[in-house]
Design a protein around this ligand. Structure first.
Ligand code: GLV
Ligand code: GLV
Length: 351
């Protein structure tokens, strides 16, 4: 018989045919152009061999229990998997497909964009123009200034520029690559505190990122203290919950910028709002916020004039979303048919 697969969003005319053409599948697609209702998903998942879903669909015991033993694969159209209970998937032998690589450039682009938007007052200044206040804001010597995140044209100067990365995977490295022409002189990173530091890795990185003077793995305190811009680019989940907290923010430079393009849960929102209000740091650029999408104009971070907030659009280019949807569809097919997937997360040791 045919295998039921459930898809929680229409993936569009370029990708849906990959699934529709497969006569061995009984394809069930959420019909509306908004996030799939939980009730609909729970109603349709029983007996499915695979499910393709979004980061807003939680993969937990409730869903897996409803699905039953037929479920072979969960394919998420995201690189992140904070919404997925990995240990439970491992325990039940359900494979997980995700979408790394295809979105690395788009998210690196927006990480750099947010760093510059935040440092150069993009939020306050664009809203000033929208409000009609430009006529009252005649060009003036030091108005709207922010710290400069480049040194390229002044090689003789002794200033340094340090980029810090919480997490140093594909996206972080692509972000650092983009910063090299801006003249960044140093990079610091801290990754999973439980993995072993490797100084030889650092010298390899330092060569990779020429002409940067050094790439070093450091502890969180050093990273907070020495960075001119901190990029949060680690996976979400319990191990990284509130990695950026009040203690971290208090150690940062007053002129530093914080950018989060990973998951909202990595940054303590209340602490960040306080840091901005009291001037412990200069500005922040966020593509993700704890509790999203319930982030409204009265949110303390949205109210901060130097906090640029985007509604989780890091991977939102036509090219990248097409790549993600295609990858997710192929992962679903591979998993259901018991074949290789384009990108499968290794669940070993996640129990
Ligand atoms: C987006 O946040 C993703 O995980 O792909
Ligand atoms: C700025 O617009 C300048 O001309 O310096």
């Amino acid at each position: 018989g045919r295998t039921k697969v459930v898809v929680t969003r229409d993936l569009g005319p370029d990708v849906m045919p990959l699934l529709q053409e497969r006569s061995e599948l009984d394809l069930v697609v959420w019909p509306e152009n908004r996030a799939c209702d939980r009730g609909w998903l729970l109603e349709h998942i029983p007996g499915a061999g695979g499910v393709l879903l979004m980061l807003s669909d939680k993969v937990n015991e409730e869903l897996l229990d409803k699905a039953g033993p037929s479920l072979k694969v969960v394919s998420t159209m995201s690189v992140g998997y904070e919404h997925v209970d990995l240990a439970l998937l491992a325990k039940r032998n359900v494979r997980l497909g995700y979408t790394p690589d295809v979105l690395t450039d788009a998210v690196a682009d927006i990480s750099v964009m947010l760093a510059f938007m935040a440092s150069r007052n993009a939020k306050g200044t664009t809203s000033l123009v929208s409000r009609g206040d430009w006529p009252n804001a005649t060009w003036s010597p030091f108005a709207f200034c922010g710290p400069q995140l480049s040194l390229a044209s002044s090689p003789s100067q002794t200033r340094t520029l340090t980029a810090g990365f919480l997490g140093f995977g594909r996206i972080a490295q692509a972000t650092l690559r983009r910063l090299l022409p801006f003249g960044f002189t140093h990079a610091l990173y801290s990754s999973n505190p439980s993995s072993t530091p490797s100084p030889s890795q650092d010298s390899a990185y330092t060569k990779d990122f020429h002409p940067i003077q050094s790439v070093r793995r450091v502890d969180y305190d050093t990273l907070a203290k020495e960075s001119d811009v901190v990029f949060v680019l680690a996976p979400g989940g319990e191990k990284t919950y509130h990695l950026v907290n009040e203690g971290f923010l208090r150690k940062m430079k007053k002129t530093a910028v914080l950018v989060n393009t990973a998951r909202g849960t990595l940054v303590d929102s209340d602490a960040l709002a306080k840091a901005l209000r009291e001037g412990w740091i200069w500005a922040a650029g966020l593509d993700v916020v704890e509790g999203e999408p319930n982030v409204t104009p009265d949110h303390p971070l949205v109210k901060e004039p130097r906090c640029v907030v985007l509604p989780h659009i890091g991977s939102a280019t036509f090219e990248t979303r097409l790549g993600m949807a295609t990858c997710a569809a192929r992962n679903l097919l591979g998993g259901v048919l018991g074949e290789g997937m384009q990108a499968e997360l290794d669940l070993k040791g996640r129990t």
